[in-house]
Design a protein around this ligand. Structure first.
Ligand SMILES: C[S@@+](CC[C@H](N)C(=O)[O-])C[C@H]1O[C@@H](n2cnc3c(N)ncnc32)[C@H](O)[C@@H]1O
Length: 232
């Protein structure tokens, strides 16, 4: 076990869960481990997000009754989620996609740590063809990339799990101008992030997904709404 005491002593349910299920040096799969080691708040936030999304994935997997699946993580950043899934579901095949990965934890686009993780270094907008996936997941995809996650799920999968991040896209601005009822309702709540998530849920419905929304207050971030969808 190589977690520093600052993390080991943190008594948060999701952090405990993460450490128990991932007893490795979590910093070794960050792009700038020498910097991140000093930034415990950052890594605690990331760990809690992984667990929030993992819980949703686990429920879907339990319903599907098989632990042999293909999962894409889009806009994966350091792919912490992919590593966590690969470790906990050794029969799975996990493919992380991002513009750039660290050379420190991959070689020939395979993970140095797990046999079942692969990396695709590419602009998601340029990816036209993918092997069919059982799940498409994205944590904190920025702006219109959240819509792209739904588009890719619609093309290449039956399930997606998405935690939106930065708010906004051209389509969203148009939708807000034209959607009086949603605007009245959400002005009462006065939370732009939830309005953005609601829009994305509507967008996914238009692509024939049955949608669930979950606010997970145990994730150590204000951007804590998980949208998950199953194709109808
Ligand atoms: C906010 S970060 C989220 C990273 C990670 N999912 C997380 O939660 O830590 C957004 C990521 O999207 C990637 N990204 C941005 N535009 C992209 C694109 N067009 N195609 C693929 N990845 C992209 C960036 O490189 C970055 O790693």
């Amino acid at each position: 076990m190589t977690y520093p005491k600052e993390i080991l002593s943190y008594k948060h349910e999701y952090i405990r869960f993460f450490i128990k299920r991932f007893p490795f040096d979590v910093f070794s799969i960050l792009m700038r481990p020498h910097l991140e080691r000093k930034r415990y708040n950052y890594i605690l936030k990331e760990m809690s997000e992984v667990v929030g999304v993992f819980n949703v994935l686990k429920n879907l997997i339990n319903k599907n009754k098989t632990d042999k699946f293909v999962l894409y993580e889009l806009m994966s950043g350091d792919a912490l989620f992919s590593h966590f899934v690969a470790k906990n579901f050794p029969n799975s095949k996990v493919v992380a996609i991002d513009l750039k990965f660290s050379e420190e934890y991959k070689s020939n686009n395979k993970s140095k740590f797990f046999d079942n993780i692969f990396f695709i270094e590419k602009n998601i907008l340029e990816i036209k063809d993918l092997e069919k996936a059982d799940f498409i997941v994205s944590i904190h995809a920025c702006n219109n990339l959240s819509e792209i996650v739904i588009d890719k799920a619609s093309e290449f999968s039956n399930f997606f799990i998405l935690v939106p991040c930065c708010i906004g896209s051209e389509n969203y601005e148009k939708w807000k101008r034209n959607n009086e009822i949603a605007n009245k309702f959400f002005n009462a709540i006065n939370n732009e992030y939830y309005k953005w998530c609601f829009y994305l849920a509507e967008y996914a419905k238009s692509k024939n997904f049955h949608i669930n929304l979950k606010v997970d207050n145990k994730m150590l971030t204000e951007r804590n709404l998980i949208i998950f969808g199953k194709k109808i």
